[in-house]
Design a protein around this ligand. Structure first.
Ligand SMILES: CC(C)(COP(=O)(O)OP(=O)(O)OC[C@H]1O[C@@H](n2cnc3c(N)ncnc32)[C@H](O)[C@@H]1OP(=O)(O)O)[C@@H](O)C(=O)NCCC(=O)NCCS
Length: 201
């Protein structure tokens, strides 16, 4: 029988990725205050699966996230600090983070997500980080599909998917009971073939 596993996936150890204005890297204990500054904000967490986080919870999460790096088996994930690197007094600050999870090795698929400090919205930083992660997914990792799951009311996130060339693939109605109400879930995705066409177009 033909093996179902796609032949080209190789386990990978994430290092870091530089973009024009950001460094995407593993979190460290020194990032707790920067990350707490936005993860404690109810507006930021409005469409996230969790409530605003205390400094103690952020510190525990970062302790866990700082050891992530290997993308080998389904479920392996990264929570990467978006460190601001421009020539600015804020250089070195973590202004958000990018989530990336290998969801299937057989189908070479990953999930992507993003969170920014509200003070840094509207300048393209999330697009810059996510575009770099898509390039990493399709070139370095050789994946075939990357998707995002979001609440369709989260128009900033839906718009970000659009800027990245991700198509809406599904809209599940009352998919989750979350924060005291039924929430819909939207799936947006991009294939390697679609991503490649955008690079050459
Ligand atoms: C979702 C989220 C990351 C989007 O942030 P964002 O700032 O809108 O996205 P970007 O950083 O890519 O910035 C895009 C905006 O900057 C503008 N922009 C300026 N320079 C730009 C550039 N070089 N490249 C792209 N966009 C640029 C765009 O026009 C756009 O502005 P608009 O919203 O007025 O159209 C942010 O709203 C957030 O963190 N929300 C809370 C957490 C959350 O809900 N996460 C998603 C869960 S699914």
């Amino acid at each position: 029988m033909t093996p179902r596993r796609a032949p080209h996936y190789r386990a990978h150890e994430f290092a870091a990725i530089s973009t024009p204005r950001l460094l995407l890297r593993a979190m460290t204990s020194g990032d707790v205050d920067d990350v707490h500054a936005y993860m404690s904000n109810p507006d930021v967490c409005r469409f996230l699966l969790h409530e605003p986080r205390s400094r103690e919870t952020v510190a525990l999460k970062i302790e866990e996230w700082s050891t992530m790096g290997r993308l080998a088996v389904p479920g392996d994930d990264l929570q990467l600090a978006m460190e601001f690197t421009t020539d600015d007094p804020e250089a070195g600050r973590v202004i958000g983070h990018t989530y990336f999870k290998l969801t299937s090795v057989d189908d070479v698929t990953a999930e992507i997500g993003w969170t920014l400090h509200p003070g840094f919205e509207g300048k393209g930083y999330a697009t810059e980080a996510a575009a770099a992660m898509l390039a990493y997914a399709f070139t370095t990792l050789g994946l075939n599909r990357v998707y995002a799951e979001l609440d369709p009311r989260n128009i900033a996130s839906v718009a970000l998917c659009g800027r990245l060339g991700m198509r809406e693939e599904a809209h599940f109605r009352e998919h989750m009971w979350l924060k005291g109400e039924w929430s819909d879930t939207g799936i947006h995705a991009i294939l390697r073939s679609e991503w490649s066409a955008r690079q050459s177009g």
